[in-house]
Design a protein around this ligand. Sequence first.
Ligand code: P6P
Length: 320
Amino acid sequence: MSDIKTLSEFIVERQAEFPGASGDLSSLLTAFRLAAKIVNREVNKAGLMADILGAEGTENVQGEAQQKLDVYANNLFIRMMKTQGAVCAVASEEDDDIVHFDNGGKYVVTMDPLDGSSNIDVNVSIGTIFSIYKRVSSGPKATLEDFLQPGSAQVAAGYIVYGSSTMLVYSTGHGVNGFTLDPSIGTFCLSYPDMKTPDDGKIYSINEGNWYEFSDGVRNYIDACKQKKMSARYIGSLVADFHRNLLKGGVYLYPGTTKAPKGKLRLLYEANPLAFLVEQAGGMATDGTTRILDLKPTELHQRCPLYIGSRNMVEAAMKA
Ligand code: P6P
């Protein structure tokens, strides 16, 4: 009997723990698995296929130049979810408005299909982030209300990091498990069961280029990290920084600044899913004041400051 546990086997095994489960969430996670493999293939080829590198020439709602792989990943994940049938609507960083499938599905999904995409052309790790919620509206189509639920209402969340190896890490609220893609067999295999992040760490991740726009508290915390001889590690790709800190211990900060008091990151498809995961792994996520999962969203693409990672480090950053 092989001691390898595939993602498919794991999903089936875990579903058995919920007798009432309809299998919709399991098959949705399976759709994400397939999409992740396909995006991984394209990310790995990006260096070889000039036609998929570079900007698409369009901008997303954030006013950010869309990289061709951004658009490809967004369209692929949307197509997979539409086909799979359990999701009735998606809110994506790459789409101004809600994308409706009108299929009666009981879930809605928020996603950043390819976070850190400015790193695509320079071969730095990038990632996909997703959140899954049950609909709360009852009409024929999902409404904004379905997407403005607090992060604490998530039924599942996860990310895929396309790095030195490709990993899918997710939680359905019963712990966090990581799966590494074995390219020789094209299968995600359980590599990090029941992930727990250390309460403390020696890594801090923040863009110190914003120093003169930071609050005194943030500057005090950065100073304290330097005095403790911590390591500054900032990839400029949230999923990669988050993943490393989750495994090793550390804190990622994207605080508000004088120019952008709400910071840069988006609540619905960056902060909330990663906050769900980090809490499941024993860590902490706040906006510098309030628990991320308690924030009541008001807009699809709203931004929020993010302090996320090892519990003791987030608490120290908040108190600085
Ligand atoms: P800055 C990428 O655009 C992203 O959303 C995160 O992945 C990353 O951590 C952050 O923004 C980088 O932003 O302002 O430091 O370049």
